[in-house]
Write a protein that binds this ligand. Sequence first.
Ligand SMILES: [Fe+2]
Length: 226
Amino acid sequence: MAQWINGKIASVNIGRKKLESSLAHHFYNIDTVRHINYHNCIMCFAKIKNPIGECTFIEGEVYKEYGRPNDDGIFKGLRYSKMYDISENIYDLIPIRYRSKFYPPLLMRINSNVPPHTDSGVITSINWYLSPSKCATTFYSFKTNQNVISHKIENQTNGSIFDKSCLDIIGHFVAEPNDIWLLNVGQPHGVESLLPKLEIRTAIVWQTNEFSFNDVVDMLIETGHL
Ligand SMILES: [Fe+2]
């Protein structure tokens, strides 16, 4: 069976011989199929192929942050900084006609585990991991027939944090340095270090609140990066 979300195919049963769309057909016939998760018929992450070299930029001021100080007063959580003089190669991922609908790229730093959450004001994110540490990014779906248990922290708008008891795991990936992944951040997801001591994790994030995960999949196929 295929599931459709927002008028577009969201997934396919890969065991089925006849696929329901040209997009699904494309997925079925190229290597990227192994990066697409079909559990619960929701696609949440895809590894972007064709490395595009180094990204150079100048780090600017802090733009926003999600987290709180620990007992020693050290901020723990996610912090986004503005970026200036960014090398053009990152923009090659997306066709020119769509780029204005993406926010300017930001530098993301994470110095703690991140509980399952949905992002605020963003539904799809291209994450270029500069120093990903050794972390699992896990995606979840809501358990059926169970109330959603959630809360918000300061600065969260339409995003929320969810209790794991109301979630099922869809799948996870572990990014390597210089990996670029496409994430469906409107779906609950969290980050946990696989190392005994958590290292600071940095990534360039290029995000949109206008295009769904599947929309951006189409764009990456068009530019030859998926
Ligand atoms: Fe997130």
